[in-house]
Ligand binder design. Structure first.
Ligand code: G3P
Ligand code: MG
Length: 253
């Protein structure tokens, strides 16, 4: 049976793509205000176990802090500026907890692709904590958050902690293994999340034949988005909210 897929065709990558500081509330607002009905974002754990949004293992690229994120408590992280690196308009924008993002997205009926992005060595702990938090935060929501990760260990822990939530396995560029359908089946995953250039019609057909879905990352031209959606890709994410609209066609204007 084909897995249900209550998700939009296009997700804004890291919340607001290139147009706001990634993985912040400001980014979610940017995506939502541009009409996107789905956002992708990255979640890891603070030293004291709080799920919060951050892409890198370290703080310097996207915050006023530095060093490994894994060694900071949420109270320390909450004091950092996660907006100034992007542009002066976003100066003072803070890091955000998963809980606050969930509330904001549910209030606007926006779907979430929660990428579990563990700090080094915390894969299972992060997978379990993020999945447990998502199950509680999205309880009763019309569409559950779609959990994904490059870490199979994190996904196994997520599956055990919240068996009801859909999972996608992310593969690095050029690294979809030949036995990917078996890997997805072993995990009970619903979706293959692949670097967009790795996807072929044969691969998409094989996924659909097996009842699975396909999510392409990160697609930044309208031509690629059109090609992939024609190919049958179920959803994709983009940084270029100006070139690729919420439905996959170029946005108006
Ligand atoms: O989930 C798709 C994409 O976000 C994976 O790569 O590095 O942007 O998190 P990255
Ligand atoms: Mg991501």
């Amino acid at each position: 049976m084909t897995q249900p897929w209550p998700y939009p065709r296009v997700f804004a990558h890291r919340g607001g793509g290139a147009f706001a500081p990634e993985n912040t509330l400001a980014a979610m607002r940017e995506g939502a205000d541009r009409g996107f009905r789905g956002v992708e974002f990255d979640v890891k754990l603070s030293a004291d176990g709080e799920p919060f949004l951050l892409h890198d293992d370290t703080l310097e690229r996207t915050t006023s802090g530095n060093g490994p994120a894994v060694s900071r408590t949420w109270a320390e992280l909450a004091r950092l500026d996660a907006g100034s690196w992007h542009s002066p308009r976003f100066a003072g924008e803070p890091l955000v907890r998963l809980e606050a993002i969930a509330r904001a997205l549910r209030a606007r009926a926006i779907a979430a692709n929660v990428e579990i992005k563990p700090c080094p060595g915390r894969d299972a702990e992060t997978g379990a904590a993020v999945a447990r938090a998502c199950a509680a935060l999205w309880h009763g929501a019309p569409e559950p958050p779609l959990l994904s990760s490059f870490s199979v260990e994190a996904l196994h822990a997520a599956r055990a902690a919240a068996p009801q939530l859909p999972l996608g396995i992310l593969f690095e560029p050029g690294e979809i293994p030949p036995d990917w359908p078996h890997l997805l089946a072993t995990l009970g995953a619903q979706a293959l999340h692949a670097w967009f250039e790795d996807l072929t019609p044969t691969c998409v057909e094989a996924a659909h034949h097996a009842g699975l879905r396909v999510f392409a990352y990160t697609v930044n031209t309208a031509a690629d988005a059109d090609r992939l959606l024609q190919m049958g890709v179920d959803s994709l994410c983009t940084d270029r909210l100006d070139l690729i609209g919420p439905g996959g066609t170029p946005p108006p204007g």
